[in-house]
Write a protein that binds this ligand. Structure first.
Ligand code: ATP
Length: 259
């Protein structure tokens, strides 16, 4: 692979990932530009989560190359791969907070795992991250069971931001939220992109998110990226799956962003 141009946060080339006889990702290539919000859509079970987990080294690939912020990601789940973890933060599909830890302790978890910091500094960082995601310092004392769905997503995002990553991976961040909370969360993502210069890789089925916050949308079908570009371009795509996805009955309410 050529020297990575600095404008790419993630480069994937000719990636193949499978389980037994099943090939999930089939010679897929994808560039994610630094500082963009990229939305990834695809059929349920089509491999979106597998792609995301392979990029961050949690799933072993069969072949292909992956670079994150210009550095290659190892082909095996080794410690070298793990040590790259400070480059990114992850918000998993279910939020996945530790139920026995307070919000503050959840946010501090990646700090404890990766750094040696005083408790005072960690408390200050936790307050700063809570503020960043629109929560109050006193929310830090709560346990996950005491949070609403929207708050849970915000805490999970605060934890993903704990190590000041360059990239955040979000797996269906607005699923389970009402449209107002989902819209608020989208606005938060956009603000963080602008203020922190974050690159956001977002798996989502949320048409409103795709339309309002994503700079580009990539469509995954048959294990490959079959279309990529701003939403208005995706809406023009002739690919059968992309057409069915964006022009099906459930998508008819979609209002394209003005170009
Ligand atoms: N660890 C694993 N072992 C075996 N098969 C797996 C594993 N992880 C994922 N798969 C399979 O890979 C395929 C893609 O799954 P994946 O979770 O990436 O889909 P997805 O596009 O994220 O779907 P959804 O939108 O429903 O979340 C599925 O057939 C799934 O069963």
């Amino acid at each position: 692979m050529q020297q990575t141009a600095p404008q790419f946060a993630i480069r994937v080339r000719d990636l193949v990932v499978g389980f037994g006889k099943q090939v999930v990702i089939d010679h897929l290539s994808l560039d994610v530009r630094r500082g963009e919000i990229l939305g990834l859509v695809g059929a349920s079970g089509g491999g979106k989560t597998v792609l995301m987990r392979t990029i961050i080294g949690l799933i072993q690939r069969r072949s292909g190359e992956i670079e994150v912020m210009g550095a290659p990601i190892g082909a095996t789940q080794d410690r070298v791969t793990q040590s790259a973890a400070g480059k990114w933060g992850i918000l998993f599909q279910q939020g996945a907070l530790f139920s026995s830890l307070t919000v503050r302790q959840n946010i501090q978890f990646p700090l404890r795992e990766n750094l040696v910091l005083s408790q005072t500094l960690m408390d200050e960082i936790a307050i700063a991250k809570l503020e960043m995601v629109g929560l109050l310092p006193e929310d830090g004392d709560k346990f996950p069971a005491q949070l609403s769905g929207g708050m849970t997503k915000r805490v999970a995002l605060a934890r993903a931001l704990a190590l000041d990553p360059a990239i955040v991976f979000l797996d269906e961040p607005t699923s389970g939220l009402d449209p107002i909370a989902a819209g608020d969360f989208d606005a938060l993502i956009k603000t963080l992109q602008k203020t922190l210069g974050l690159t956001v890789f977002m798996v989502t089925h949320d048409l409103a998110s795709l339309n309002t916050v994503c700079d580009r949308v990539a469509a995954l079908a048959d294990g490959k990226i079959v279309a990529i570009g701003p939403m208005r371009e995706l809406l023009q795509s002739e690919h059968p799956w992309v057409r069915a996805y964006f022009h099906g009955k459930r998508s008819q309410m979609l209002q394209p962003k003005a170009s």
